[in-house]
Design a protein around this ligand. Structure first.
Ligand code: MF3
Ligand code: CO
Length: 249
């Protein structure tokens, strides 16, 4: 069941979302070659607690850390640990916060200096694919209009969208209905309405869309070990169009 949020609930979600956005500021301060993924996790957790929130992923389905950090061929759900970030790594960071009973969920990918043209292109296409998807999150559109525009844009660059993982409704729970695939034909699924709150999250691969799970039971990697990027925002559908909740004001 898709829950429609009242305006005051959307304001609470924006408070959670603002903390998530601030977490990325924390990441950006220390994301350099040599930093460990555990240091990123700890800094974000400190910031979330200092702002009266709770790291939403910790303990979710048994997940052992506060955030997900997925590097290069890792798509999502990389577990922070002693691994050091290296030059030219493509680092995808996924962060969820619970505050006042409501969730915010967002992800960003970063490319470490000195960069790499192929990874840079992948990152830009994935970021723009999220923008395109958000652009379709308007009352009167159908849910799969979001899915279609993401797939269509991504595949026009010869890249692929991951099929096994999807975006989702969000609110009082981190994962609510509906599921939001990053592929499909337009014009299907529920009609979008003001008050729907969605986490839209394209995961884009340079090569095959196929993925597999590592022995740690969490980390999802591309089957061909080529790089993957991930961007996500929590948004609300309003009468004035999509409102991004996981930004800083
Ligand atoms: N943003 C991811 C999602 O929407 C994060 C889940 S990680 C988990 O599913 F550890 F919490 F499972
Ligand atoms: Co999500």
């Amino acid at each position: 069941m898709i829950t429609i949020k009242k305006p005051e609930e959307i304001e609470l979600m924006a408070q959670a979302g603002r903390i998530v956005a601030g977490c990325f500021g924390e990441i950006e301060e220390i994301l350099k070659p040599g930093v460990t993924t555990r240091q990123l996790d700890a800094k974000v957790n400190d910031y979330i607690k200092a702002n009266g929130g709770i790291a939403a992923f910790k303990g979710y389905g048994g997940y052992p850390a506060n955030i997900c950090v997925s590097i290069n061929e890792e798509v999502v759900h990389g577990i922070p640990g002693e691994r050091e970030i290296s030059e030219a790594d493509l680092v995808s960071v996924d962060i969820g916060v619970l505050k006042n009973g409501y969730y915010g969920d967002s992800a960003r990918s970063y490319l470490l200096p000195p960069g790499d043209p192929e990874k840079e292109k992948l990152l830009e296409v994935t970021r723009k694919a999220l923008d395109k998807g958000i652009g379709m999150a308007r009352a009167g559109n159908r849910l799969s209009d979001i899915s279609f525009v993401i797939q269509d844009f991504v595949e026009s660059y010869g890249y692929s969208v991951v099929r096994e993982l999807v975006g989702h409704g969000i609110g009082k729970q981190m994962h609510e209905d509906p599921q939001i695939p990053n592929f499909g034909r337009p014009g299907n699924g529920p009609v979008l309405q003001p008050g729907m709150t969605l986490a839209i999250e394209p995961m884009v691969n340079i090569g095959t869309w196929k993925v597999e799970t590592l022995e740690d039971k969490w980390t999802i990697v591309t089957k061909d070990k080529q790089p993957s990027a991930h961007f996500e925002h929590t948004i609300a559908i309003t009468v004035n169009g999509p409102r991004i909740l996981t930004i800083g004001n």
